[in-house]
Ligand binder design. Structure first.
Ligand SMILES: Cc1cc2nc3c(=O)[nH]c(=O)nc-3n(C[C@H](O)[C@H](O)[C@H](O)COP(=O)(O)O)c2cc1C
Length: 386
C-alpha cells in the first residue's frame, strides 16, 4: 500500500487533531426547508461523506435573515435552529470527521427572492460584475454592526449545537469579501476607503467570533477563515492585496486558513507574468497556521503532491460529490475503485438531493466529469435519472 502523507493525522493551530489531511470543503445543497432547518436529504448526503475526510465543513449557513443568499439554505440565524444544527453536527461526527459549520452573509450576490421586499444589500449600491446582477442598497452603519454581532451569535449556536468549530466565509464574492473589494465597496465611513479600512469589516467579524469563543472558554473550538485571492474585474482584489489581509487575519488566533481557488496549483490569473503558485505565496505569510487549499483536486497523486509541498489540508469538493468513499478507497489500497465520473443513474445512490443537480450541471459543470449529458433535462427536475 502507498504510504500517503495525506492519510496521516495533523494538528490545527489550536491543538485539535485532525485524523487525516483530506478536507471536505463547503458544498451548498440548496435543500433545506424554507425555515432554514436541515432536511433528511441533507443529513443523508453528509452521512455518506463523513466517514473518510478528517474535517467536513458544511455548506454556508446564513447568520441572519438579511444575510440569506438563496432558497434552500441552512439557517444559523436564531436559537430555534439549534435542534436542526445539532442533527447535522451529530451526523458528521458520528462518522468520525470534525464538523465545522460555515457561516456566511450573501450581500450583493443574494437572490432578491429570499430578501425582505426583494431588496438585496451590500457595502455600496454597486452590482456584482456578472451580467444581470442586481444593484444592492448600501447597508447602514447599524446594519453592518448588527451583522457582525450576528456572526458571533451564529458561532455560539454552532457551539451549542455540538459543532467542533466554524469557518467564516470571506471568499467567493460573499459579503466579507465584498467589503474588502474596491469593486463592491466605495464607502467613505469606517468601513471603506483605504485598503486597511476595507479590511475592517472582515477583521471585525473575526474579532467578534473570537470574542464569543473566549466567552465559551473552549480554546479547542475551531475558527477557520476562507479567502479568495483575486477578482477578475479591472478594479478589484489582487493576490498581493489578499496576502496583506491574510497577514492581518493570522495575527488573530485562528485554527486554519482556507484558500478557495479554481485550481489548487494555479498561479495568479490576473498577473500572467507571475509564475509562482498562489499556495506558496500564502505559505510564506501564514506563519505556521495550517493552510487548506481547494481547487480541482481529484486524484491521490495530486492530493499527495500538494501535501508534500507543505499544504496542511487538501480540500476535495466535487470529487467527494462524485465519490463519497474516496478516502476509504485510498486507505484500502483500492485506488482503481475511485470513480471520477458522475453518472445520472447514480444520483440517489450518491445521496445527491434534486436541487443540487441543476446547480452542478450549470455553474459548477466546468471541471466536473459527467458520464453522459443526455440524461439531464434541467427543466423537469423529477425526470432526473435514478
Ligand atoms: C455545488 C457546490 C456548492 C458550493 N458551495 C459552497 C459554499 O457553500 N461555500 C463555499 O465557500 N464554497 C462553496 N463551493 C466551492 C467549493 O467549496 C470548492 O471551493 C470548489 O468547488 C472548488 O473545489 P473542487 O474543484 O474540488 O470542487 C461550492 C462548490 C460546489 C461545486
Amino acid at each position: 500500500m502507498t504510504q500517503y502523507k495525506f492519510l496521516e493525522s495533523f494538528k490545527l493551530a489550536n491543538g485539535v487533531t485532525v485524523r487525516n489531511r483530506v478536507i471536505m470543503p463547503p458544498t451548498t445543497l440548496r435543500s433545506s426547508y424554507a425555515t432554514g432547518a436541515v432536511t433528511d436529504a441533507e443529513l443523508r448526503y453528509y452521512q455518506l461523506r463523513s466517514g473518510g475526510p478528517g474535517m467536513v465543513i458544511t455548506e454556508m449557513a446564513y447568520v441572519s435573515g438579511l444575510g440569506k443568499t438563496y432558497v434552500g439554505q441552512i439557517g444559523a440565524d436564531s436559537d430555534r435552529q439549534i435542534t436542526s444544527l445539532h442533527k447535522l453536527a451529530q451526523t458528521i461526527k458520528a462518522e468520525g470527521a470534525l464538523a465545522v459549520l460555515q457561516l456566511s452573509f450573501g450581500g450583493r450576490i443574494a437572490q432578491p427572492a429570499v430578501m425582505p421586499h426583494e431588496e438585496i444589500v451590500g457595502p455600496s449600491a454597486l452590482p456584482g460584475h456578472q451580467p444581470g446582477m442586481h444593484t444592492p442598497r448600501a447597508m447602514t452603519d447599524a446594519e453592518i454592526r448588527q451583522s457582525i454581532l450576528d456572526f458571533g451569535q451564529a458561532t455560539r449556536r454552532a457551539y451549542e449545537a455540538g459543532f467542533d468549530g466554524v469557518e467564516l466565509h470571506g471568499a467567493n464574492m460573499y459579503l466579507m469579501q465584498q467589503f474588502f473589494s474596491a469593486h463592491a465597496n466605495q464607502r467613505t465611513d469606517a468601513w471603506g476607503g483605504s485598503e486597511s479600512e476595507r479590511m475592517n469589516y472582515g477583521l471585525a467579524v473575526l474579532d467578534e467570533v473570537i470574542r464569543i469563543r473566549d466567552e465559551i472558554t473552549d480554546e479547542r473550538f475551531i475558527i477557520g477563515y476562507r479567502q479568495s485571492s483575486e477578482e477578475p474585474t479591472e478594479i478589484g482584489i489582487r493576490h498581493s492585496d489578499a496576502l496583506r489581509m491574510a497577514k492581518e487575519i493570522v495575527k488573530r488566533p485562528i485554527a486554519y486558513f482556507h484558500l478557495s481557488l479554481k485550481d489548487a496549483f494555479q498561479t495568479p490569473f490576473m498577473d500572467k507574468t507571475d509564475l509562482e503558485p498562489l499556495y506558496v505565496k500564502y505559505q510564506r505569510v501564514l506563519g505556521g497556521i495550517p493552510l487548506f487549499v481547494a481547487g480541482l483536486l481529484r486524484t491521490p497523486t495530486q492530493v499527495e503532491e500538494l501535501v508534500q509541498h507543505g499544504v496542511a489540508g487538501a480540500a476535495i469538493g466535487r470529487e467527494l460529490i462524485v465519490d463519497p468513499n474516496w478516502v476509504q478507497k485510498v486507505q484500502n489500497s483500492d485506488e482503481k475503485g475511485i470513480r471520477y465520473a458522475l453518472s445520472p443513474s447514480d444520483m440517489m445512490l450518491l445521496g445527491i438531493p434534486d436541487p443540487l443537480v441543476p446547480w452542478l450541471m450549470t455553474r459548477f459543470k466546468k471541471g466536473l466529469v459527467v458520464s453522459t449529458d443526455e440524461a439531464f433535462d434541467l427543466t423537469v427536475p423529477w425526470q432526473y435519472y435514478r
